[in-house]
Design a binder for this molecule. Structure first.
Ligand code: SF4
Ligand code: SF4
Length: 474
């Protein structure tokens, strides 16, 4: 006799209706009450058709759940997570160019200079600044490895400490891209301390995307984002940011906030950055650090952060229903992934479509590993080391992360950031198990927002169907 069992899924309610998120396909479906009740029962244990006969509209409900593949017959063997490694080289889409590893701030929690740093940027073999020649070699490398559209993100240290090379690289990349019939687009990340009129002019005239690292109002910013002498940076950066926002209007400018145990007032930071300073969008990221550091976020801290994210996400929802802009970029990015049915074998593009280039031209998984020999996957002069890249892809596939194999959030999380894993566990291949509850909680919030929008303003979701700018790098 046929018995039915639920496949891996996560149920949630939105706009008073039941929904299901299907893990194998990353599909999202609204259910009717009969199908939702049946699925709930089947998640407890498999049941035969006879055992289900008391359920309302049982045959229709079975048919509907089988159609969307939320349930299957129990004699089907369990399906392990498929391990599909890309065979052909994946085109490079984003090259993060670390034009310097030096910084004029000494942020206490910095992954590049703090106690958790991977590369010795003070005494190591890496030059402190990328030369114009290495930057040109990097452009040639990108144009060889990219498809028709290539993206260069300038990064540091503090990126603007090497502004002259940035200027030359933009000019060179534009010219060379036109010669080989490709398009190139630019962005940069900066702490804003070195912005001045001529730099702002250049950035605006060249339509360079900008992400500013800033933590919020003065007392929050000045807690960690300080100069060598301990002086806070807020008073210096605030007027410069206002100038930039006034002059550079061709692209939305975003703020990127690092949350720490001492800096968790998400709503207040968001209000300050959007309403007082005028940022178009704000993205928040918990600090990457070893658990023992004072600024590390505890389990209770993650719970608090989730509550605040939920509150802001609901504010985003009401704005989206009314077709008003809301700048909480974390929710926007997750909604886009949900809408596109993203199901990741790897947590991010690092080592695949995204690579980081160190000041000497060594190529690493991403900007956070740039300059680390242990995470090197080639150089801009010699190209990508395909065997190192394949070994990386083989070892870091989600199918190898047994801790994640039963987790419903794995299509979006896929074990989480390699750099975070390296800092916490000393192994880029380790799943980031310290933040699973947070990831699942946040994914559930975004699913709820998604379901609400699907009912109340589906046109809002349709806008995710076009191409979008690359996500900011942090
Ligand atoms: S790291 Fe945790 S939340 Fe992420 S996929 Fe693995 S088990 Fe799930
Ligand atoms: S998520 Fe982590 S590993 Fe991936 S690109 Fe970002 S910092 Fe690098």
């Amino acid at each position: 006799m046929t018995a039915w069992a639920a496949r891996e899924h996560h149920r949630f309610d939105a706009a008073g209706r039941p929904f299901v998120y299907l893990v194998p396909s990353a599909g999202i479906f609204e259910l009717d009450d009969a199908a939702a009740g049946l699925l709930r029962a089947l998640s407890e244990r498999p049941r035969t058709r006879e055992e289900l006969s008391a359920f309302e509209d049982v045959d229709d409900a079975i048919a509907e759940l089988a159609r969307v593949q939320a349930i299957g017959e129990v004699q089907e063997p369990p399906r392990p997570v498929a391990k599909v490694i890309p065979l052909a080289p994946v085109p490079l889409t984003t090259m993060v160019l670390n034009v310097t590893n030096q910084c004029n701030l000494s942020c206490t929690y910095c992954y590049e200079y703090g106690e958790d740093k991977i590369v010795d940027t003070e005494n190591g073999r890496q030059p402190k600044f990328m030369t114009e020649e290495t930057a040109r070699d990097s452009v040639e490398f990108l144009l060889r490895e990219a498809g028709t559209v290539a993206h260069i993100t300038f990064f540091g240290g503090e990126t603007l400490l090497n502004f002259p090379v940035l200027v030359k690289t933009v000019d060179y990349a534009r010219r060379r891209a036109a010669e080989v019939g490709k398009q190139v687009d630019f962005s940069l990340t900066t702490n804003a301390t070195l912005l001045k009129p001529e730099i702002i002019e250049f950035i605006a005239d060249n339509h360079i995307g900008v992400t500013i690292s800033i933590d919020g109002p003065k007392e929050v910013q000045d807690k960690f984002r300080v100069f060598n002498n301990g002086a806070g940076s807020y008073d210096l950066v605030a007027p410069k940011i206002r100038e930039l926002l006034k002059r550079h209007r061709s692209r939305p400018i975003g703020a990127r906030v690092t949350l720490t145990s001492a800096n968790m007032d998400v709503t207040r930071i968001f209000r300050h950055l959007t309403e007082d300073l005028g940022f178009w969008e704000v993205g928040f990221a918990p600090v990457t650090t070893a658990a023992v550091r004072g600024h590390a976020i505890s389990d209770a801290g993650y719970d608090r952060m989730l509550d605040q994210f939920r509150e802001l996400a609901h504010e985003f929802l009401e704005a989206a229903v009314a077709n008003r802009h809301h700048g909480f970029s974390n929710v926007n990015e997750t909604l886009e992934e949900l809408h596109k049915g993203v199901s990741k074998a790897y947590p991010c593009g690092a080592g695949l479509g995204l690579l980081g280039v160190a000041t000497d031209g060594d190529v690493a998984l991403c900007h956070r590993f740039a300059g680390s020999d242990a995470h090197k996957v080639g150089s801009v002069r010699d190209g990508i080391d395909r065997s190192a890249q394949s070994a990386f892809l083989e070892r870091h596939h989600i199918a190898n992360k047994t801790d994640c194999s039963l987790c419903w959030a794995r299509p979006l999380c896929s074990g989480g950031c390699y750099h975070e894993a390296h800092t916490r566990y000393g192994d880029t291949g380790h799943a980031n198990l310290h933040y699973c509850e947070w990831i699942r909680g946040w994914t559930d919030v975004c699913l709820t927002i998604y379901g609400e929008l699907a009912i109340r303003n589906p046109a809002f979701l349709a806008r995710f169907e076009g191409d979008h700018e690359a996500s900011p790098v942090s």
